[in-house]
Design a protein around this ligand. Structure first.
Ligand code: HEM
Length: 360
């Protein structure tokens, strides 16, 4: 898992991330021009799902009924069913019954997923055979996606443990359900937090503008963005809540002092570039820790930072859903769902600040 979602794969798929972010900005620019309201969370969800499905199986999952779109819908169904409170898990004499029909739904969607993944995998195997014969003849394949990499591993006879097709299907389901919601919801919270803190928003935009003069890849580290992202990860994301399994006995005041996420001067002097988010020091565990820690954390942070930077650089967001600045403040209430999304989707009338495509 770590190898497949690690540094090398991140580099290989950098053009995919870039294209999808450009495509999101393009869609938002046309909506801004037409004065159509933009559901920022929905755009981010589409961006993240498209990136992941292109990384996994070379296809986008836009909202139409193509293959990847269907996979995404199914995975959403699986996540919804898993997240439901199941009475039979809590009342022992009901455990063999399926009072809410959850098991039936799960078996149904799992069956449909299996049929579809079998077809996608066999199409991939077919394509690999043709490509091998046509392009190289030596067995090498170009432009591999994650499914190709997994199929390579499954065909590697020297592996001590061989991956089966069932393992590959489970892997893809695992990665899709782990990615769906988390990254997009985090970015949406971060945008909302920046709107509610115009001073940090201003600083972030200034930093982006300065940094982008020097770096071609806008993956540059932007301090103001990072201090927005990290508290968000900590405060809003489900998994911290799931891992902790705690319940407060009274009203809790969260200290949103973003500056505590900045590196100390000693850390900076010792060459550290950013706060550790991989759980090495147990003071901050947004991605879990140890062997079962999140293997997608680097991809997630790349996506959050670049998409957030693109949105705030290109658009003015301090305009409310009715098009004026008076209702600009965002209501930060959480919806009681597994992944803690915003209770009130972040819908804005955007004003284009910069069109990055006009100078290309
Ligand atoms: C902001 C976004 C994300 C957050 C906060 C997050 C957080 C987590 C956490 C806390 C875990 C459990 C770790 C543990 O049990 O100790 C986890 C597991 C996992 N995550 Fe993420 N994740 C994010 C994005 C992603 C992405 C983008 C991917 C893949 C592309 C991904 C793939 C996975 C997988 C496959 C697991 C299961 C690992 C295993 O059990 O072996 N995650 N994630």
């Amino acid at each position: 898992m770590s190898e497949l979602l690690g540094g090398r794969s991140l580099d290989i798929f950098q053009p995919v991330r870039r294209q999808e972010i450009c495509s999101m900005v393009n869609v938002m620019l046309s909506k801004a021009k037409a004065r159509v309201k933009v559901d920022i969370g929905a755009e981010l969800m589409r961006l993240n799902n498209n990136v992941l499905s292109r990384i996994i199986m070379r296809e986008r999952c836009s909202e139409n009924e193509d293959e990847a779109g269907k996979v995404k819908t199914m995975i959403k169904e699986v996540s919804n069913v898993i997240g439901i409170f199941n009475l039979c898990d809590y009342i022992w004499f009901c455990k063999k019954w399926d009072l809410q029909g959850i098991k039936r739904k799960l078996v149904g969607v799992r069956g449909r997923y299996d049929i579809m993944m079998d077809r996608i995998i066999h199409e991939h195997i077919d394509m690999r055979r043709k490509k091998k014969r046509k392009v190289h003849g030596d067995g090498a394949c170009t432009e591999k996606d994650l499914l190709d990499i997994l199929l390579d591993i499954s065909e590697d006879k020297s592996m001590e443990i061989r991956l089966s097709i069932e393992n590959i299907k489970a892997f893809i389901l695992d990665v899709f359900s782990a990615e769906t919601d988390t990254t997009a919801i985090l970015t949406e919270w971060a945008v909302a937090e920046l709107i509610n803190h115009p001073d940090i928003m201003q600083k972030a935009i200034e930093e982006i503008n300065t940094v982008l003069h020097y770096y071609s890849d806008n993956q540059a580290k932007i301090v103001a963005l990072q201090i927005t992202i990290y508290p968000q990860t900590l405060d809003y994301l489900l998994i911290t809540w799931l891992l902790a399994e705690t319940q407060s006995t009274g009203k809790v005041h969260l200290n949103l002092n973003q500056k505590r996420f900045l590196l100390s001067s000693e850390d900076q002097a010792s060459g550290k570039k950013q706060l550790d988010v991989k759980g090495w020091h147990f003071h901050f565990l947004p991605f879990g820790s140890g062997q079962r820690g999140c293997p997608g954390s680097s991809l997630a942070l790349h996506l959050v930072e670049t998409s957030l930077a693109a949105i705030i650089q290109c658009f003015e967001l301090e305009v409310g859903s009715e098009g004026d600045k008076s209702d600009a403040t965002v209501d930060m209430e959480e919806a009681p769902r597994l992944t803690l999304p915003m209770a009130h989707p972040l819908v804005r009338t955007l004003v284009a600040r910069l069109n990055p495509f006009s100078c290309m």
